[in-house]
Each structure stands twice: as C-alpha cells, then as structure tokens.
Design a protein around this ligand. Sequence first.
Ligand SMILES: NC(=O)c1ccc[n+]([C@@H]2O[C@H](COP(=O)([O-])OP(=O)(O)OC[C@H]3O[C@@H](n4cnc5c(N)ncnc54)[C@H](OP(=O)(O)O)[C@@H]3O)[C@@H](O)[C@H]2O)c1
Length: 263
Amino acid sequence: MEKAKEYALVTGASSGIGREFARQLAKEGYGLLLVARRGERLQKLKDELKRETPVDIRILPADLSFRAECGLVAREAAKLPLRIVINNAGFGDFGEFTETELSREMQMIDVNVTAQHIILKKALQYFEKKGEPGFILNVASSAGLLPGGPYMASYYASKAYVVSLTRSVREEVRKKSGKVAVSALCPGPVDTEFNQVAHVKFALKSISAEECVRYALKKLKKGRAVIVPTFMMRAGVVLSRLVPPALAVRIAGKQQEKKMGKE
Ligand SMILES: NC(=O)c1ccc[n+]([C@@H]2O[C@H](COP(=O)([O-])OP(=O)(O)OC[C@H]3O[C@@H](n4cnc5c(N)ncnc54)[C@H](OP(=O)(O)O)[C@@H]3O)[C@@H](O)[C@H]2O)c1
C-alpha cells in the first residue's frame, strides 16, 4: 500500500460518528489512522474501506481513558503527514447524580475531557512544529452549548469543557498563525450506539451519522468555529440563549425526565 499524501487521525472510529468520518475521509482520499478500544471493529472497517478505496489505512487499538495511550496515539499520528484530526471518542451516562456510578463518570471525564485535551494539544504542537495548515475537530455536543442538563450532568459538563477549550485555543491560534482551524462539532441526537452506551432514549428526532458528518466536514473546511448540524438544532441553541440559564436548565431537565418516564 502506497503512503497517502495526507492523513486524518480519527478517534472513536469503531462506531457511529467516528466510523462515518473514516468512511467519508477515505472517499476524499485521506490516509487514515483509526483509534478505538475494539480492534476487531477497526479491522472490519479497514477491510471494508480497502475494498472501496485505495487509501492507506492504519489501525491502532487504544483505550483513551489512559493518558499513556493518548500519548501513544499522538506519537503514532506524528509519524504521518497529518492534515486532519477528528477528536471524537466519547460517551455519555444517564441518571440522577447521587445514583450514577462514580467510576464510570471518572472514566467519562478521562475520555471526553482529558483525552480530547491531550490530543488537541499534541495535534496543535504537531502542526505548529511542521508549520503546515491543519484542521482539528473536537467532537463536543449541543449539550455543551447549554448551561447544564440534569440527569446527564457529568456528560453536559464534559462537553461544555470541550466547547470552551476549543473557543479559547482557536483564538490563540488565530492570533499566532491562523494556519490551523480548531472547531467544535455540536450535534443534537445522532443515530449511533451512543444511546445504548449511555442507557438513554433520545427525546428529540435523531439524524444519521452520514448527514452529521457530511455537514461537519463541509463546515470544518470553511473554518467554522462551532458546527451545529440541522436548522432545528441551530434554532434551539439560539432560543436557549434567550431565556435565563436557570430556565434553560429546567427545560433541559424536563427533556431528560421524558427519558426516565417521569413525564
Ligand atoms: N450520538 C449522538 O447523539 C451524539 C450527539 C452529540 C455528540 N456526540 C458525541 O459524538 C462522539 C461519538 O459518539 P457516537 O454517537 O458516535 O457514539 P458511539 O457509536 O457509541 O461511538 C463512540 C466511539 O467512542 C469510542 N470510545 C469510547 N470510549 C473509548 C475509550 N476509552 N478509548 C477509545 N475509544 C473510546 C468507541 O470505541 P470503543 O468502544 O471501541 O473503544 C466508539 O468508537 C462522542 O464524543 C459523543 O459524545 C454524540
């Protein structure tokens, strides 16, 4: 297999949004470095993509809840001519804060916050050292644009961190070189394995991963800071800013309660 001219790193590529990024980027001709814990899923995806495209695809099974494995991923990615980083691996959990499992929440913070933070920093340092343009997409959530979300409190907070970090770092990059686009993807419900993992049912209509990723890639390449797929979600985000934060949190809580059958 010939080395591709440009590569994309995709974390959380074994399922859902990450797997769809891999599919669409392979079609665009990017070589790929695919990361997730389930190596057999990554191998299956690699086999599928190799039948459809001639690009070089590398898989790297890694558990990003361990900082050492985040470092390993960053070192392997830095050996390639990287152009795009899709910082996507993550998961949610549902339930009352006093009842949800602390160890699972700590793991969520390790993956959704710490791993995304490490990979963002390492990717930016890579692009700066090379002096080359690049695109970094931190996959947050529309949850990260709201002031809070009862019954998914840790998940909302983890995604708010990603949005805030993205906005700040993006401004630093703009002032320094402007060569790297740092963006946050903030979708509403997307039809993936997210629900199964988080033990929830969406209260709103979901979109396909294909639609979400197609929109995200288009806006990423235009350098959009915060990318929210679908008009309805964008309208929802704007409306949520028109009400006081406490009311926005109460409405978000009502939506979540529907998932618990409390309504
Ligand atoms: N689906 C939605 O409605 C939605 C909406 C907004 C934002 N998001 C965000 O989109 C991202 C992708 O989620 P998804 O919807 O595509 O869910 P998904 O189908 O469950 O995919 C999650 C991906 O993250 C990977 N992952 C989880 N823990 C990991 C770990 N410790 N180390 C390495 N990889 C890990 C999983 O791989 P392994 O299990 O193989 O490790 C999987 O590839 C997440 O950050 C999520 O918060 C999703």
